[in-house]
Design a protein around this ligand. Structure first.
Ligand SMILES: [Zn+2]
Length: 201
């Protein structure tokens, strides 16, 4: 914990004097324009990658940045609850599904034995099965192909949420996909008209 306390002290000493007015404004309420759905991976911090300040992104992180299918009824729908809050209460304008290279969740989807010893994980990672199937004959790096296909799958599943589909059709909500390279620090964005990822200049 010492490392974190030290980091907090640096935040208070260096950042707080410059940022306190911004935080005072944020204390009145948040109105982020973006919901970013990202992996829990420690190497992929959306605020760092997109260079934004506190208050700009509503961030939902789970293993492999997965959007589950829309389901009614019981259960602890943590991911769906966050999507509901972002879309209906905060009225975000964009939902960005952010995948990344070397994703351990995708690795586990390709080798199910990796997830088996971990409680909860097999079922969760099983949600990627359609993306793995679609990449059955992928050339080159299969892991990378599934990382990208998982983004397409999550975007499709977002459209099964009635309140998401309604707002997309009304033109007040856009769904976007992206993937961060980690080693090369490069971002690629899904060109939905062409169905392909393109590196950002
Ligand atoms: Zn990951």
């Amino acid at each position: 914990m010492d490392r974190l306390i030290q980091g907090y002290r640096e935040f208070r000493a260096r950042r707080w004097p410059e940022e306190h007015a911004h935080y005072a404004e944020l204390a009145k309420g948040q109105s982020p324009q973006y919901l970013v759905i990202s992996c829990c991976d420690s190497r992929v911090d959306p605020a760092t990658i997109f260079g934004v300040r506190p208050g700009e992104l509503f961030v939902l992180r789970n293993v492999a940045a997965i959007v589950p299918p829309y389901e009614e009824g019981g259960g602890y729908h943590g991911t769906s609850a966050a999507i509901s809050f972002a879309v209906l209460a905060l009225e975000v304008r964009y939902i960005v599904v952010l995948a990344h290279a070397e994703c351990g969740g995708v690795k586990a989807a390709l080798d199910r034995s990796l997830a088996e010893p971990l409680p909860f994980m097999s079922e969760w990672i099983g949600l990627l099965a359609p993306a793995v199937e679609r990449c059955g004959h992928a050339h080159g790096e299969r892991q990378f192909a599934v990382e990208r296909e998982a983004v397409r799958l999550s975007l499709e599943r977002l459209m099964t949420f009635p309140f998401v589909a309604e707002r997309v059709k009304a033109g007040v909500l856009s769904l976007e996909g992206a993937r961060f390279g980690i080693a090369d620090g490069k971002l690629e964005v899904l060109d939905q008209a062409r169905g392909q990822f393109r590196a950002v200049d």
